[in-house]
Design a protein around this ligand. Structure first.
Ligand code: NAP
Length: 182
């Protein structure tokens, strides 16, 4: 498959690209960095800034892409522009390009506002608001065939191979296991 990874330089994005390349997919990764992130023949790179206009974003996206992964994020510095408006512009651009499949890395309880006073979330209210409405857009307005992965705090550690269900705590996930869910 031909796959676009928005946010290929990030902690999640770089692991995700490695895994997709290992599975023989053709990957286009986005970063605003100059240097090429991966040397594999199946990898190409796009200098994409999602704070740009929707039309400019759309022009940079190739038509024949099968799946788009959104694993970009502001890290708290430009939350409205990146995690909310930037994310939604990529959904609109992808849709208008005729691409159907869109996979969003979101955050635990993004759609469950009743959990937002929990430890670990209460300090991230603005980020949660942005992820909430970006996810809502994807579900209700995008017409895309979507998956939303709501990860807890992402850690560079080995996975346990286990899950906890009906958990009220935000908790944490190994990046490698979160990627398997993407
Ligand atoms: N970290 C966690 O514990 C956690 C938990 C749950 C969910 N998440 C979600 O997962 C996302 C990814 O996490 P991560 O730890 O991999 O993040 P990260 O290492 O900070 O990577 C962020 C990525 O976003 C890209 N980016 C930032 N601003 C951009 C812009 N204006 N235009 C285009 N790309 C931009 C960066 O690309 P450049 O190379 O261009 O800078 C980079 O690839 C987070 O943003 C968050 O929404 C994270």
């Amino acid at each position: 498959m031909k796959i676009l990874v928005i946010g290929a330089s990030g902690r999640v994005g770089s692991d995700l690209v490695k895994q997709l390349l290992a599975n023989d997919h053709q990957v286009i990764g986005t970063t605003r960095q100059d240097e090429k992130l991966f040397s594999e023949n199946n990898y190409s790179q796009l200098d994409l800034d999602i704070t740009a206009d929707k039309d400019a974003i759309q022009q940079q996206i190739e038509q024949d892409i099968d799946t788009v992964y959104f694993v970009a994020g502001s890290g708290g510095k430009d939350i409205l522009e990146v995690d909310l408006h930037g994310a939604i512009k990529t959904m609109q651009a992808v849709k208008d390009k005729g691409i159907k499949r869109y996979i969003m890395l979101s955050t635990v309880f993004s759609l469950d506002t009743s959990k937002w006073n929990s430890p670990g979330i209460a300090d991230l209210k603005e980020y949660y608001i942005c992820k909430h409405y970006a996810d809502q857009w994807l579900v209700n307005n995008s017409n895309l065939d979507y998956t939303i992965v709501q990860a807890g705090a992402l850690k560079e550690r080995a996975g346990t191979g286990k899950i906890t269900i009906n958990d009220d705590n935000a908790g944490e996930n190994a990046i490698k296991e979160a990627i398997e869910k993407l």
